[in-house]
Design a protein around this ligand. Sequence first.
Ligand code: TRP
Length: 459
Amino acid sequence: MSNNTSVNSRWSSNFAYILAATGAAVGLGNIWKFPYIMGENGGGAFVLVYLLCILFIGIPVMMAEVYIGKQGRSTPANAVAKVAQQNGRSKNWAFIGAMGVLAGFLVLSFYIVIAGWAVAYVFKSVAGDISAAGGDAQQIGELFSALTSDPKQLLAWSTLVIVGTVVVLANGVTKGLERVVSWLMPALFVLLAVIMLYAAVTGDFAAAVNFMFSPDFSKLTINGVLMALGHAFFTLSLSSGIMMIYGAYLPEGTSIARTSIYIAIADTVVALMAGLAIYPIVFANGIEPSAGPGLLFVSLPIAFGTMPLGGIVSTMFFTMVVVAAFTSALALLESSAAYLVERRGLRRKVAAIVAGSGVWLLSLGTIGSFAGWEFAQINAGAMGHNFFEILDYLTANILLPLGGLFITIFVGWVIQADSLKHHMGLGTKTFQMFSKSVKFISPIAIAVVFLNAIGWLSI
Ligand code: TRP
């Protein structure tokens, strides 16, 4: 079959693409993870490093990935192989694409569990459980641990998330993905803006701004720098195959540079807005910013319990988290589903179901980690103490940076610069900047930070 290795769907417009890619980028990473890792790493200095990583590494890597996808017009592994061959290089570079699809698959397996918590919290907010606790830390703590230690609840909520994802994807790129995202993304922005205003009015906005934007470098460790870099990859959905596959659906005339910059800006704005929505509330209630993963699900609900309109705001807040997570889950499953369609010849519906079932099975490892199942408790030292922590560390801090490293080496050194410049349609200046990043800045920065953090190098 001639079309067995090519992708035929196209976004119906540039705007649809930007919305879908922003939907992929904006997710739990922005609203759940970024605020708490910023808190754990001292605030301002971490934010600054993170912004630099987005600008000098994230955007160029995104452009490189979209380029590979658009040029190869296939799922990631095939796209990389095709681009390699067009440049007279070995097909074996395909491993970069395969690694991405694998990383996306692994990320999704724990992503649906955390997204499930957010769904549960929407229901708890509506049922009045959050306001009923009246800000009692112990009661909220128990609410959270009752949820996270109960495998039945965890399983029910995460199953709901993956089933929803499969249903949308089964309808295809334009009829499923695009249509849903074009409703959900505007809703997300509105919700976030309203919550931020609420936080600014009722909370300690000045303290939040101060925490996020005045850097204290004494609080930043090398591991913090690795986390900022790893998070720049995670939040932009890089190295997980997705920007390649979304690039493969790109209409012919789209500017890769311009759209990548828009997507990165939108993603960063949402992350900063999420910080500015959460931290005023945190500080006004005397909560520690370094509360970790529980920041969103414990600290905030404690605050909501004492605040005016807390129940409503809590409902809006967790609805927003669900929306953000869902549009990312769609993207995460897309790369596996598209792979099954292209490589295994499955029909779209079947592919979505098969990929979704695989993710669901693997998610049992994360559920077990929280529910205390024996098999999921694995001590891997700095990498974590259970299946979930190890998976999180392995993807965000190892697979994603490593994938980024290979992508930049491939685009910067393996393929021919003339053809790259021509196909990307960049001006000479922009191309020089891009080229400097993928040839030198990104690979060196990634390598140094990475080797340092895993202990092979120490600065
Ligand atoms: N960017 C997503 C977030 O911030 C997480 C993510 C990582 C992702 N890789 C992805 C989402 C690939 C979609 C596709 O939450």
